[in-house]
Design a protein around this ligand. Structure first.
Ligand code: PBG
Length: 332
């Protein structure tokens, strides 16, 4: 090591920041299209593309349009899409029966996409909230979100999703024991190749607001999700959740939301060395888009910087509504 002053600085960080090629050469992290999972909202109808409030550029797509989007994803090299159903109020009830309907919207969309674009990955959310008239991720009994009864339902939901051709299941409900139940059910029904990406460190966050509107859950939701999602003040607890989900058979884990929880991403990756994903959620997307549209930040630069931050934090991949836009720019 040189002394840092003698009498001028010998070690000059700015030397390697001088030109584009030098910066490119020493950059430690980069975003690639392989890192991206594109979340897509599906709805009933045909030829429909309906804008989502508070998510400029994001639309709810009917199944035929979702097939088109999946084709676009494949053409851009996006490895995987995630499908989320917008469920009509008429299909919601306290028993969440639509969740285990093999012909529900998301299962029909999965089959249609698998038939048209067999090469790409499909991730489905395992959780009851789109189908629950209470808007919760679990059954509500006497005002309490019950755990073990919900597990039985998640098991049924996971099996119809696997049957429809989903490659990855993402339990996002935060009930205790769901990963073990789902993994066992998959193994005993010949779905041992279906990957489980656990929403392991999922926080009770204000940043899910636009999503709940996108899937039609915001009107239904009574109260909040604080009795099952992690308290935003807790990091050790998030690590315990991740440890438990890995022990129960999760192949990959997710941290959600993303940007406000980069410390969790780093600790999860450093400690467990498993494939770690971040979900840059609807509210994060909305913030960047809103500031960009106001001319307050450079939207495109902020988009790339936010995704790079996930890579720097140690994430292997990112679920982001920016996925098609980023992939398009990377392809140019
Ligand atoms: C529901 C679910 C949520 C998101 C993904 N799955 C919302 C919630 O927990 O209320 C949020 C995604 C986003 O905000 O983009 N199980």
């Amino acid at each position: 090591m040189h002394p840092s002053f003698a009498p001028f600085p010998l070690a000059r960080s700015r030397r390697s920041r001088r030109t584009d090629w030098l910066r490119d050469m020493v950059r430690e992290n980069a975003v690639s299209v392989d890192d991206l999972i594109w979340p897509i909202f599906v709805r009933e109808g045909e030829g429909v593309s309906e804008p989502v409030k508070a998510m400029p550029g994001v639309n709810r797509l009917s199944v035929d349009m979702a097939v088109k989007a999946a084709n676009e994803a494949a053409a851009l090299g996006i490895p995987c899409i995630a499908l989320f159903p917008y469920t009509d109020a008429a299909d919601k009830n306290p028993e969440c029966t639509e969740a285990f309907n093999p012909d529900n919207l998301v299962n029909r969309a999965t089959r249609a996409i698998k038939a048209a674009v067999p090469g790409g990955g499909i991730l489905l959310d395992v959780a009851l909230d789109p189908y629950n008239s209470d808007g919760h991720d679990g059954f509500v009994r006497d005002g309490v979100i019950v755990n073990d009864e919900t597990l039985m339902a998640l098991e049924k939901q996971a099996l119809v999703q696997a049957e429809s051709g989903a490659d990855i299941l993402g339990p996002s409900d935060m009930m205790d024991g769901r990963i073990g139940i789902i993994r066992q059910a998959l193994e005993s029904h010949d779905f041992s190749d279906v990957v489980v990406m656990s929403y392991a460190a999922k926080f009770a966050s204000a940043f899910y607001g636009p999503f709940r509107d996108a899937v039609g859950a915001s009107g239904a939701l009574k109260g909040d999700k604080k009795t099952y999602q992690i308290d935003p003040g807790n990091a050790d607890e998030a690590l315990r959740e991740v440890a438990r989900d890995i022990a129960e058979g999760a192949d990959m884990v997710m941290v959600k939301p993303g940007m406000p929880y980069l410390d969790i991403c780093t600790r999860v990756k450093t400690r467990f060395k498993v494939p770690t994903f971040a979900y840059q959620v609807s509210g994060e997307y909305a913030m960047i888009m809103a500031a960009g549209q106001n001319g307050w930040i450079d939207e495109e630069k902020a988009m790339f910087e936010s995704l790079l931050a996930f890579k720097r934090a140690g994430c292997d991949g990112i679920l982001s509504y920016f996925a098609p836009r980023v992939a398009q720019i990377l392809a140019e």
